[in-house]
Design a protein around this ligand. Structure first.
Ligand code: CO8
Length: 260
């Protein structure tokens, strides 16, 4: 199978661009997440790499979030391994020492939004057909506490309360208004804008910036690190419930019907 992640590293700027290329919608499957984590880890260990831009090689979609087929009709063991890989992705990206910028060139629901929120800065394509947000409740599921915390850290308590209960997906202009994204650009300029932004962030002494970032995020990260196993247990129990499986099945039906 072809690689699901393509990394382009520019030695002269110290910036890597990670293109997610898992057709059709970059859904976060176990294989995808494993590949992504390996790529991020490699860049993290490479001292010459100081910045990371994450973007999509698929049209219209940044990432469709967690791959629902990994959570539907699967064994508890599989669900557990899958969830561990979701945690790993979040821990690696939210805790990255690199300057990270999400170049959101398409829709970014649920896990896609989570991934974007792990970055230091978000630039979204200014296309009203795209949306972004944590829409879990619309699938009849509950975003885990660390999804909630990440959103709270991004847009604040009040907006998060409302957005999460209603499972809101925001158009780019509205996402900008609430601070879920930081900047809008025409679609063909999103990556160029990300490159520009990252060079501004890289002008700050690495050490001071990294310590600041890690101090700001430490409490949130520690909360998951010290509860990883119970979070997996909770997820497995929750997702394998008959009622939840039924909701997921219904949601997948709806996705297929909507298409036809
Ligand atoms: N997982 C698996 N398959 C998916 C997913 C997904 N998340 N999203 C889309 N697909 C499939 C579709 O079913 C379709 O398959 P097929 O071609 O076989 O019919 C194919 O991908 C293409 O999809 P669309 O035709 O819908 O493509 P569009 O370009 O029209 O739309 C969207 C793209 C906007 C991304 C749209 O597909 C969409 O809205 N997808 C659903 C997104 C979503 O709701 N994801 C939520 C996942 S749950 C999550 O991330 C967090 C869960 C936390 C769990 C906590 C429990 C405790």
């Amino acid at each position: 199978t072809p690689p699901k992640i393509r990394v382009e590293f520019d030695q002269s700027t110290g910036v890597a661009v990670m293109h997610m290329q898992s057709p059709p919608v970059n859904s976060l499957s176990l294989d995808f997440l494993t590949e992504l984590c390996i790529s991020v880890e490699k860049l993290e260990m490479d001292k010459s790499c100081r910045g990371l831009i994450i973007t999509s090689a698929q049209p219209k979609v940044f990432s469709a979030g967690l791959d629902i087929t990994e959570m539907y009709g699967k064994s508890p063991e599989h669900c557990g391994a899958f969830w561990r890989s979701v945690q790993e992705m979040w821990l690696k990206l939210y805790g990255s020492n690199m300057v990270t910028v999400a170049a959101i060139n398409g829709s970014s629901p649920a896990g896609g939004c989570l991934m974007a929120m792990t970055c230091d800065y978000r630039i979204m394509a200014d296309n009203p057909r795209y949306n972004i947000g944590l829409n879990e409740t619309q699938l009849g599921i509950v975003a885990p506490f660390w999804f909630m915390d990440t959103m709270k850290n991004t847009v604040g308590q009040r907006t998060t309360e409302m957005a999460l209960q209603l499972g809101l997906l925001y158009k780019p202009a509205d996402a900008l208004k609430i601070g879920l994204v930081d900047q809008l650009e025409p679609e063909d300029q999103v990556i160029a804008a990300a490159t520009q932004t990252i060079s501004r962030w890289l002008a700050i002494p690495d050490h001071a910036r990294q310590i600041t970032k890690s101090m700001m995020r430490k409490k949130t990260i520690d909360k998951l690190t010290s509860n990883r196993e119970s979070d997996i247990q909770y997820f497995v129990n929750f997702i394998t419930k008959d009622s939840i499986q039924k909701s997921l099945g219904g949601y997948m039906e709806m996705l297929k019907k909507r298409k036809a």
